[in-house]
Ligand binder design. Structure first.
Ligand code: URC
Length: 318
């Protein structure tokens, strides 16, 4: 059995200002997104390094080959200043490669990041409202995610895996969702629902055919997390969902349809559908009162490839 051995640093908070703007993003019908100014380019980075030379530090307490994780943190921050690109994916690859080039005892590296979102704020300028170029609001909403695994054999550095994603998208649809027709037996207490308020948490990940597109350097190959987010809520808006299972399948079809440069889309969803407290309220024809659902929460995991797009007969992609 191969030994597990790595070490590294998590929660390296990188706040870079005035990175290169992301431009040239191909627009899609579901989204107004055209690019990022990158006035703030911020992320929480995690790095783990591998290499047989580290065995002596575990076994013998010999730190000869150990790069202190504190130095790794400094290395990442210094390279945030050197990075000349416009995407988190590109930055992580850049800094991962630099680690392997700098320290020969490192033969493999896993590096991942979650972008820290800051929202633009509209301020009055000459009788109009425009986004302030200087003031932003820290956002608790979903975060763009990226991870990369690289290896060095002799002098060649190769990328083994790269994933991009979106974490913690939380969407509520107040009507137009149902859940019925499931197994009824002596364990069933859940009533069937023909119009439930669907509150769903989503993590979505995607894999490119060609990593060059993930870097954001090609003219229109980059898939922005903002566009994937916009597809997710557009599908939720447009289509009635019979279950979260079917909802994520439909979102996946739309994502694969819009982005031929992707080979795979993966989902993790969490059901947070509100608990109904009052089905009718006197002052309103439609209003109800709900409260937070009680744990435990259901989840779904599903991955899709381009084959799903070809075998689906009735997807509503235009
Ligand atoms: O969309 C849903 N899928 C399920 O599998 C499930 N199970 C459940 O109790 N509620 C729901 N909702």
């Amino acid at each position: 059995m191969k030994r597990m051995m790595s070490y590294g640093k998590a929660d390296v908070w990188v706040y870079r200002t005035y990175a290169k703007p992301l431009t040239g993003v191909r627009t899609i019908p579901e989204s107004v997104f055209t690019g990022r100014k990158n006035t703030l380019f911020c992320m929480n980075v995690k790095v783990a390094v591998e290499g047989e030379e580290f065995l002596s530090s575990f076994k013998d307490g010999d730190n000869t080959f150990i790069v202190a994780t504190d130095s790794m943190k400094n290395f990442i921050l210094k390279h945030a200043g050197d990075y000349e690109g416009a995407t988190q994916e590109g930055f992580l690859e850049f800094v991962g490669r630099r680690f392997l080039e700098t320290y020969s005892q490192m033969t493999g590296i896993k590096i991942s990041g979650e972008q820290i979102p800051f929202d633009e704020l509209q301020v009055p300028v000459n009788d109009k409202f425009e986004p302030s170029p200087f003031v932003f609001r820290y956002s608790l909403n979903e975060q763009a995610f990226s991870s990369i695994e690289m290896k060095r054999s002799k002098d060649e550095i190769t990328t083994n895996d790269q994933l991009s994603g979106l974490k913690g998208l939380k969407l509520i649809k107040v009507r137009g969702s149902s859940f019925y027709g499931y197994v009824k037996d002596e364990y069933t207490t859940l009533p069937e629902s023909y119009d439930r308020p669907l509150f769903v948490f989503l993590n979505i990940e995607w894999r490119y055919q060609d990593i060059e597109n993930a870097r954001g350097n090609t003219l229109d190959g980059y898939v922005a997390a903002e566009q994937v987010r916009d597809i997710a809520y557009t599908v939720l808006h447009e289509e009635n969902s019979p279950s979260i299972q079917n909802l994520i399948y439909r979102i996946g079809l739309r994502i694969l349809g819009r982005f031929p440069q992707l080979v795979e889309v993966r989902f993790e969803s969490n059901n947070r559908t509100w608990e109904t407290v009052l089905d009718e309220i006197p002052s309103s024809q439609e209003g109800k009162v709900f409260t937070e659902p009680r744990p435990p929460f259901g989840f779904q995991c599903f991955s899709m490839t381009r084959e799903d797009l070809q075998t689906d007969g009735n997807h509503s992609n235009d």
